[in-house]
Design a protein. Structure first.
Length: 233
């Protein structure tokens, strides 16, 4: 019998084999073109995307970013049947321990409101923070999807191992003009999906949305388990 883990691994393998073949010119300058392609694609309006189960999804911006540029992603998540949430960060910068604490508290509130675990999708540094949250409080997190995150960059406290029951997927591009793409590979989970495009454009990338739709559909609602009282960190 094939399990959800098997399906998720197969999705990762498919991502390596079937990565988008369109090569946009200009590296990171191609980001506006990637957004335009997304907005013209029926996929962005839910066509051909598995319908969601209403689960909460927290989106985390990259370094020096905020929630504004992730608005298209959250709008798409809402249209396909999920409940998206902002990080509420004015800017993703500062003390990493404090950021992790704040975002873990945010995750705990969302999980309590829904009575189930939260999927976290993080771009760049946001993916590392998502991993740190899941490592510290796996009871709150359904799965983590990192987009162009430097997993092998040796950032203390942000690359701790995850429990086996918290699925982790890294989506990366060899066209990344910000992060060395090899640093985005997760050597442990080995669920790495390659797409085309730029680093900044990963949050507007049609292939990313297609893969994300499949990954979210593989994750059933996971009710919260009773835990001893403790802080968010």
């Amino acid at each position: 019998m094939q399990t959800a883990t098997d399906d998720r691994t197969a999705a990762g393998r498919a991502g390596r084999k079937d990565r988008v073949s369109v090569s946009l010119p200009g590296g990171e300058l191609a980001t506006p073109a990637e957004l335009a392609q997304l907005l013209l694609d029926p996929l962005y309006y839910g066509v051909g995307v598995p319908r969601g189960n209403g689960a909460p999804v927290l989106t985390l911006p990259g370094f020096l970013g905020n929630d504004l540029y992730l608005s298209p992603l959250r709008g798409w998540l809402r249209r396909v049947g999920y409940q998206p949430y902002e990080s509420t960060l004015l800017i993703n910068a500062g003390d990493l321990n404090l950021l992790t604490w704040r975002l873990t508290a945010r995750t705990a509130r969302i999980a309590a409101d829904h009575g189930c675990k939260v999927t976290i999708v993080g771009h760049s540094l946001g993916g590392l923070l998502a991993r740190a949250i899941a490592s510290a409080r796996p009871d709150l997190v359904a799965q983590v999807v990192a987009l162009g995150s430097p997993l092998a960059a040796g950032m203390p406290g942000l690359t701790a191992p995850l429990p086996a029951d918290v699925p982790f997927t890294s989506i990366y591009t060899r066209g990344d003009g910000v992060v060395q793409w090899r640093h985005c590979l997760d050597r442990v989970a080995a669920n790495n999906i390659e797409v085309g495009g730029s680093h900044c454009g990963l949050v507007f990338n049609r292939e990313v949305y297609r893969r994300l739709g499949r990954l979210l559909a593989l994750q059933p609602l996971a009710p919260l388990q009773s835990q001893p009282a403790h802080g968010p960190g």
